[in-house]
Structure formats: structure tokens, C-alpha cells
Design a protein around this ligand. Sequence first.
Ligand SMILES: [Zn+2]
Length: 164
Amino acid sequence: MEAADQTVLCQLLAVDLTDYCYRVCSRCERVLPVDNNNGVTSSVCKFCKSKVPKLLYRILMSIATDTSVKTVICFDRAATVLFGCSADEFFHFTKLNPTTASMVNQVFDGEMLRMTLTRPHNLNAQHMRVASVVPLRSGFQPAIVTLRRLCTSNASLGNCSTKK
Ligand SMILES: [Zn+2]
């Protein structure tokens, strides 16, 4: 039984940033496997031998529709709409400004979105995938825009560690 894609109006409750991205080869976009011994991902692609990895988003999000609360998984294309930058840029931004990661949920709190959800091809996958996302609030700004502004205005207070 193939369920059709469904489009829902929802409120974004939370994004899980504990494990929000994964590494792929920047040339062929195959996922780079994580070595078992120390959890470090090898950055050499065994298919095309490229040594340039890049990060893609893979984020679990809690959303509330008018009928239920559910967890969905959001991959790179849809997540980029919400974050406003690549996963690599976001990763480096949060490394430079460690406090910003915890601010993401405040920035997104209650954001109204229209999402198209699809059933995962893998039947073992637990969560529906976000195929596309459209922010509905007229003044919506991607997270990185808001975070950069907060960091600029807080820099003088030392809230966003902008160490030189
Ligand atoms: Zn490759």
C-alpha cells in the first residue's frame, strides 16, 4: 500500500541538533562511512577518491499538526530553507559561536510551516521525510540570519563568544 504524499500545515516545536548532519563526498555525494574503531569518519571517498567531504543536514524535528504531534526527518534541501545556509556553514558558525546552537530552538519556536511529507522508501525507517517546507509567516527569516544578527548585537556584551 503506497501512501500518497501529504501536505500539512504545522507548527515547528523543536529541532534536534544533537546529531543534525552527516558527511558525504563533495564530488559524488555518497555517504562517507564512519569508522567503527573511534567514530571518526574517513574523509577519503572510496568510490571516487575525492578527499573533500561536505556536510549535509539530516535533522529530526517535532511538529504539531491540527491532529497530532509527530517527529519527522528533514534532509538537506528542506533544511537549507529553514537554516538559510549549508550544513557546512552552519557547523562552522556554531563552532565559532557555541552559544548559538542552543538558540536555534528559540529562533524557530512555534514557526508555522507548510510541509510536504513522504513515506520513507525504507520500511524500517520510523519517521516520515520532509520533502519540502514553506515558511508561512510573512516576516520569516532563516535561522542563520537571525543568529548572525543576535551575535552582532550581543558581541559587545560577550554573549556570543567572538574571540579574536
Ligand atoms: Zn566520491
